[in-house]
Write a protein that binds this ligand. Sequence first.
Ligand code: ZN
Length: 354
Amino acid sequence: MKNKEIMKMVCELLLAGCFVVPLSGCGELSVEVVTPPDKLVASEGPSSDSTAPSNEVADIVVVHDEIQTPEEEEILPEADFNDHKTEEAKELLPSEQAVVKSVTASGPVALDPSWEYASYSKINSGHAVMYRAEVGRKDIVIGVNAGHGTNGGTKVKTFSHPDMSPKFTGGTNAKGAVESMAVSSGMTFNDGSREAVVALATARKLRDLLLANGYDVLMVRDDDDVQLDNIARTVICNNLANCHISIHFDGDGLDHDKGCFFISTPDGLKSSVPVAFVWEKSEALGRSLVEGLRGKGCKINGNGAMAIDLTQTSYSTVPSVDIELGNQTTPHDDANLARFAEGLLDGINGYFLK
Ligand SMILES: [Zn+2]
């Protein structure tokens, strides 16, 4: 009898295509975890628990439990999420699909220490902020990361890559660096403005445009200082956004504005995990952003791409782009920043609505 019962249970589980696992550290919670067929393979980290199944869905449930009131939960139209999943399931990566079920409320979101690669982060006491569109909802979350703006970030080092291999190219950190600055301070414009401040002003304009166009926005940095290093920022986007766009201006020392470009994936990084699973999508998003900017009359540098080995790229499991909107000579008055934001919106539309 007992064996029969066990067999029956196994069959039911197989038919359902899912397993119910207890959430470690969450006591009574038990959550359905659907293992996608093309699940990304986690690399072995220094202290990450690589034996646990990927549980983006389960973990996110915990996060929105923290920020969501029961009232909000009740009025959520669950059918919307299901519809969305059905429509887009073939297009989205597993980590992107997780978003569909998870993002349910506006408000602050912290790094969940159980998320993949979260253990590599060293600065993570701050929080990002989720903004939900109220009109024309698209159920697409854009991670907007105003670059820099983490006090003390230059004094802390994190692994350049999840597999602890050295950087393939130079950039803010030298080629060959196994550890990189957790967050660099950014450059200073020739007029004395700080890149971090201008990047945040641009990010806020982009946020408002995105919300008006039905996109949800995950503002990775919503203030002058956020205590989230580049890895924490990336992991939060991996789990709560459909893409990750960081906004920068290049400190290149030139005396003229060389124009906009995105940071593309260096060849050496393309076979690394998790880069191998997502870099082509990141390139497509980057190219689309550049074309959006070009369409608004923004100057474009060369072919619009420059390959640099970034921490952001190395840890991203969703399409992820560092967009450089010029350099220390670039005009950054209100009108010009608005033009950048409009160009980026066009690029985002080009990528998600094509
Ligand atoms: Zn920068």
